[in-house]
Design a protein around this ligand. Structure first.
Ligand code: PNW
Length: 490
């Protein structure tokens, strides 16, 4: 079978990083073992009615226990890098700057890092992938309280740099601050489940809180970047950045200037919300200020200076593309998208791509190259793709007990990777975009947040009913291995 077009052979540099990304809550399990404190996601999952299949991440994939097996398997997939997140509450159970460090938690991550390095796999470490220690949420409202929260996050980062920085040279402060803010404080479908417009939650103020929480993440990221540069980088010599989520927004009517503006506004509300302050201006985009007024926080001069230029690279997560149409009515107070509507088809009836098992995600690689170019032109920073992947249509409905082989032959996912990684290689080769990594989401099926265990994003099938969460490689794992052998220069 053809892996990828011949003209793309060798188009990626020899030092290109490729591998898998995961997050602590989604894979580790051991939610209350060896001193780990509860997080807002433990609370969320243990509150009835929040998670689709009523599951919890209590055991997840048990990678806390099985990490050696995982590293071996990853190696057999040809990965040269692994992106994972640290659980703050495993390292500092109560989270705060004066709270004790849990040595057993530190030891777990230290062992994992050593195991990766022994196997020639470079660790990329995310400090925060959505799991605020519950104690801090209770103490002062978590990220809603920028003043109280920031010193706690800085101290947590300090502990991580001190304990792991001798071996970890690639740091990511925040994963998708925008998704954390919107899913947790607007839609309310993620922890800490605040939403003022969903009757089942009816808590908080979604017209302001997502933007406050976004601001807290930007400023505390800035403080951590400064700390790393001043105190750790001179001896540890690593790099540090922030990872932002963004889909590609394409005008619904390609010839309507109002839809063209709406698509750009959608990109600004979703991406430039964080990327402009960090990579371009030190401030929010004008389109957001215009629509939101003073509901959008203001950077002080000191904050702006701290945040601008605080990321050594552009960390990019992207999954899909949408068609975007302008609205003819004024923006709602709870609008966070730039007063637009999203569609699966454009005016001509062209589909954004085949549906997966995840409601918002369709295979639309055509937008991926456009997005890489948009980011490159606007920000001119080396791009590290830190997440990209899919569920496979119908994988949810297959009974794994009786029909594992159907899941393991995941042609849908192979087609997805072929499309997206191909567009990435074209962006590098033909457009001159500087892309340095590709982390597929994700290594194994895992606990997909509010979707529980029903959305299988892995290149490894997990038998969740088995006590040891037995791992079975899917075909896509071997496809990606061959693909990068083909694309990376010899
Ligand atoms: C990312 N959207 O979240 C997260 O970083 C992962 O932890 C998660 O498992 C993965 O994508 C798959 O969902 C996203 O609605 C959640 O566009 C939602 C969106 C994008 C990313």
């Amino acid at each position: 079978t053809i892996i990828m077009e011949e003209d793309l052979r060798g188009s990626l540099g020899r030092d290109f990083f490729h591998g898998y990304a995961t997050a602590a809550t989604q894979v580790e399990g051991a939610w209350n073992r060896d001193g780990k404190g509860p997080t807002i996601w433990d609370t969320f999952a243990h509150t009835s009615g929040r998670v689709k299949d009523k599951s919890t991440p209590d055991d997840a994939v048990r990678s806390y226990d099985l990490y050696k097996q995982d590293v071996n398997l990853m190696k057999s997939y040809g990965a040269n890098a692994y992106r994972f997140s640290l659980s703050w509450a495993r390292i500092i159970p109560l989270g705060g700057k004066d709270d004790p460090v849990n040595e057993k938690g530190v030891k777990y991550y230290s062992n994992l890092i050593d195991e990766l390095l022994r196997n020639g796999i470079t660790p990329f470490v995310t400090l925060f992938h959505w799991d605020v220690p519950q104690a801090l949420e209770d103490r002062y409202g978590g990220m809603l309280n920028q003043e109280a929260y920031t010193p706690d996050f800085v101290r947590y980062a300090t502990v991580c740099f001190e304990r792991f920085g001798d071996r970890v040279k690639h740091w990511i402060t925040y994963n998708e601050p925008g998704v954390y803010a919107l899913a947790g404080y607007a839609a309310g479908v993620h922890a800490p489940a605040r939403s003022s417009f969903r009757d089942r939650n009816d808590i908080g103020d979604s017209s302001t809180e997502p933007f406050i929480v976004g601001h807290t993440q930007l400023v505390s990221h800035g403080h951590v970047a400064k700390l790393y540069r001043e105190k750790f980088k001179p001896t540890q010599n690593g790099m540090l950045g922030i990872t932002l989520h963004g889909n590609w927004s394409e005008p619904w009517d390609a010839n309507d200037p109002l839809d063209q503006e709406a698509a750009e506004r959608a990109r600004e509300f979703e991406i430039a919300w964080y990327a402009d302050p960090v990579h371009k201006t030190g401030d929010y985009p004008a389109s957001m200020r215009f629509q939101l007024g003073d509901r959008l926080p203001h950077f002080t001069e000191a904050e702006s200076k701290l945040v601008l230029g605080s990321s050594d690279f552009y960390g990019m997560n992207s999954y899909t593309s949408f068609f975007v149409r302008h609205k003819t009515t004024p923006p709602d107070i709870n609008d966070h998208k730039g007063n637009i509507d999203q569609f699966d088809e454009n005016k001509e009836g062209v589909s954004r791509g085949p549906a997966s098992d995840t409601y918002w995600l369709r295979t639309s690689p055509w937008g991926f190259r456009k997005l890489l170019n948009w980011i490159w032109v606007r920000y001119h920073k080396s791009i590290y793709v830190t997440e990209n992947g899919t569920t496979a249509k119908g994988e949810n409905d297959i009974n794994p007990a009786t029909n594992k082989s159907q899941i393991i032959n995941d042609q849908f996912r192979i087609d997805f990777f072929k499309g997206y990684v191909g567009e990435l290689a074209r962006a590098v080769k033909e457009d001159g975009v500087d892309v340095r990594s590709y982390f597929a989401w994700t290594f194994t099926d895992n606990w997909e947040w509010a979707a529980g265990y029903t959305d299988r994003f892995g290149v490894t099938f997990i038998d969740f009913d088995s006590p040891d969460k037995t791992r079975y490689p899917k075909q896509s794992a071997y496809y990606l291995r061959s693909l990068f052998e083909h694309l990376i220069a010899k």
